[in-house]
Design a protein around this ligand. Structure first.
Ligand code: GLA
Ligand code: ZN
Length: 672
């Protein structure tokens, strides 16, 4: 449990009372109670008010609001408020302001607009964190700490440049090693002194010249920002060792090494803002990724909008039922909290059109408030039933931020190659079958899985290929795709033929990689029926030209000068099998491939759901809670496996068939 003071799903969100006169606070409390809010996150962006000058702090207003909230029995997620420094700091200490990749010094304003290596920023932020922890650490309503907010700054200033050199010295020891791992003899880049090393620049609009430098700079930045977080973390931990600490992750993004970050959090939390028409599989994948960051531990849904965003190009409303549906989807994937940004809509600045529990109308008679209230009641009713339950998956998708960055930074083979999209395509194929997946790092433990999928496993870190080989040798099934096994962690090519260290596992040698023009396609022609796969499929983007070295071809290319060469292969390796998809196939191919593999491995689902219905389970104390989520805007029937089931939400008993209303949800438990 995040904190057993509140043995229930945390329900609430970002609350900004400092933007409002005190008279409004009491009304807020009335409305929060009505909606079933049990936690508020504050003060996320109040540094300017908490420390109006270098030498003065003012906590009185916060004392008052905390007392007001606590009196109502509402708990606290306390933020350290260090994501936006006050204007006096930028004025008196301009070195806290960052420099962008083109060398331009930023002016004060916005948020997360500081140099992460600035000793001044670190000193002041740690001082504030200390004061917060000392003042409120023992408060009976405190449940969890929230450091910063969506960390993601990047800076290229002189302070960062010299910290980068120190980071490199620690990592590589000598310049000789740096010159080698960055391949600096290319374009006369040899460095003679540490001072010769500078942060990457954006020459001609991109930084794709030296992936070694650019990749290490990203890693260094992630570490530098982590040090900012860690500085606050250590202080708070010392003062309140029993309270969990987190920082809300911006989403599945490649600006930070999120896996490493998660190792420094007590509980992962993240902010989920899907676009209205985004495939639900993408949202599910992000939740699974967050759950995977701490090896399956429940996470916090720290933010979602109750209705609409302000920052998307088209900020559509969540349709009736959708906020509830997506909240349960998050829980189904491992969230133990449902929290919003924001509780009251602000009156000015860029978030005034961002959805909130309390609208500008200021009362409870709105659709959104009513939907939030219904959800609040349900969550209250569920109590601690679902808390700490876990997900058991036999399938894992490997996803790696470094690989993502490396693919993004590489020059060639195709500008259309998008690592995340490739992962999403494969994830979706299994999602559509309602097969539960974990999304994990290639450095995670593979032992509990039967099937591992790693699309575009471009970069292989030390030890990963050996671990994959022993996984397959012992009977595991492995699927990977084109542009895999190409480079090491420094983006240096593994010589001797692609896919490098995976060559014997896959039983193939890729001789060349063809990038198709956007209007070009090729075909995959199946040699014979393989499970669900038969006939022809369209493919494009990249086509590997490969030779068999022990594997068998299940299908071949249908066109071009490499017609007849293998396009999908299977290799028996020890007790297991390794598949290679040599090109980017149409989704239908991946659907049928995943179905075939799941049938071969007996990874089928118990209930039969039509398209648009997601089924996920969480387990606890020998009980299984099955979430049935109807993403369709129409009524949908699900055929249940033999037995009778109780829906924890409606308390109805179901046998054989469950009919869900548009965007409806059921949480089924087997009747004993
Ligand atoms: C992020 C931030 C919040 C708010 C929301 C708006 O998630 O953490 O402060 O700006 O976006 O969607
Ligand atoms: Zn800097």
């Amino acid at each position: 449990m995040i904190n057993d003071k509140l043995p229930s799903i945390y329900y609430g969100g970002d609350y900004n009372p400092d933007q409002w006169p005190e008279e409004v606070w009491q009304e807020d409390m009335r409305l929060f109670k009505l909606a079933g809010i049990n936690i508020v996150t504050l003060p996320v962006f109040s540094w300017a008010k908490l420390q109006p000058s270098e030498d003065t702090y003012d906590f009185e207003w916060l004392d008052k609001i905390i007392a007001t909230v606590a009196k109502e029995g509402i708990f606290l997620c306390l933020a350290t408020s260090t994501a936006a420094q006050p204007a006096w700091m930028s004025r008196l200490y301009p070195e806290v302001l960052p420099v962008d990749i083109d060398g331009r010094k930023r002016t004060h304003g916005s948020r997360v607009n500081f140099c992460p290596n600035s000793p001044v920023y670190r000193m002041f932020s740690q001082r504030l964190a200390t004061k917060m922890a000392e003042r409120y650490g023992q408060h009976p309503s405190l449940l969890v700490w929230h450091i910063g907010n969506e960390y993601a700054p990047h800076c290229y200033c002189d302070t960062c440049a010299s910290s980068f050199r120190a980071w490199l010295q620690k990592k590589y020891g000598t310049l000789e090693v740096v010159n080698r791992v960055w391949n600096m003899s290319f374009w006369s880049h040899t460095v003679y002194e540490w001072e010769d090393i500078v942060p990457p620049t954006n020459l001609n609009g991109n930084n794709r010249c030296f992936q070694g430098i650019a990749l290490d700079y990203k890693r260094f930045m992630s570490d530098a920002i982590l040090e900012c977080y860690q500085g606050e973390y250590d202080i708070i931990k010392r003062i309140t060792p029993d309270i969990k600490i987190t920082s809300n992750i911006w989403g599945l993004f490649n600006g930070l090494d999120l896996k490493k970050w998660a190792d420094h959090m007590d509980v992962v939390s993240w902010d989920s803002y899907p676009q209205m028409n985004e495939p639900m599989s993408n949202v599910a994948m992000r939740h699974d990724y967050m759950r995977g960051l701490k090896d399956g531990q429940p996470f916090m849904l720290m933010e979602q909008t109750p209705s609409q965003q302000n920052w998307q190009p088209y900020n559509s409303l969540k349709r009736p039922g959708v906020m509830r549906l997506w909240s349960y989807q998050a829980i189904a994937h491992g969230a133990d909290t449902v929290m919003f940004f924001q509780l009251r809509r602000s009156v000015g600045a860029c978030e005034k059109y961002h959805g909130a529990l309390i609208a500008h109308a200021g009362h409870e008679h709105t659709r959104v408030f009513q939907e939030c209230t219904q959800l609040g009641k349900e969550l209250q009713m569920l109590g601690d039933t679902l808390l700490d339950s876990v997900t058991e998956s036999k399938v894992a998708l490997l996803f790696d931020i470094d690989t993502w960055n490396a693919v993004e930074m590489t020059s060639g083979p195709s500008v259309d190659l998008d690592y995340l999209k490739q992962a999403q395509k494969y994830y979706r194929a299994f999602y559509d079958l309602n097969v539960s997946m974990d999304v994990i790092s290639p450095l995670s433990d593979f032992s509990k899985y039967e099937l591992i999928i790693a699309p575009v496993m471009y970069m292989l870190k030390p030890g990963v290929s050996d671990r994959l080989k022993s996984f397959v040798k012992q009977g595991g099934t492995f699927i990977t795709s084109f542009f895999s096994g190409i480079v090491n962690e420094n983006d240096l090519v593994t010589l001797g033929g692609y896919p490098g260290e995976l060559r014997d596992l896959l039983g193939i040698w890729v001789e060349e990689i063809d990038a198709l023009q956007p209007e070009m396609t090729n075909r995959i022609m199946m040699n014979s029926t393989f499970g669900e796969l038969h006939g022809e499929y369209e493919c494009g983007l990249l086509c590997d030209l490969l030779h068999l070295e022990g594997a068998e071809a299940l299908g071949v290319y249908g066109r071009d000068f490499y017609a007849g060469m293998p396009a999908i292969t299977r290799n028996t390796f020890g007790q297991g099998e390794a598949y290679y998809v040599a090109t980017d196939p149409e989704q239908r191919f991946l659907e049928q491939l995943s179905k075939t593999i799941c049938e071969r491995l007996n990874l089928t689902t118990a209930h039969q759901a039509p398209e648009g219905v997601e089924i996920r389970s969480r387990q606890k104390d020998d009980k299984t809670y099955t979430f049935v989520l109807n993403h369709n805007a129409y009524e949908t029937a699900i055929l249940l496996n033999f037995g009778s089931y109780k829906d924890l939400l409606s308390h109805r008993i179901y046998e054989r068939t469950l009919v869900l209303e548009p965007h409806g949800v059921a949480i089924l438990e087997v009747c004993s």
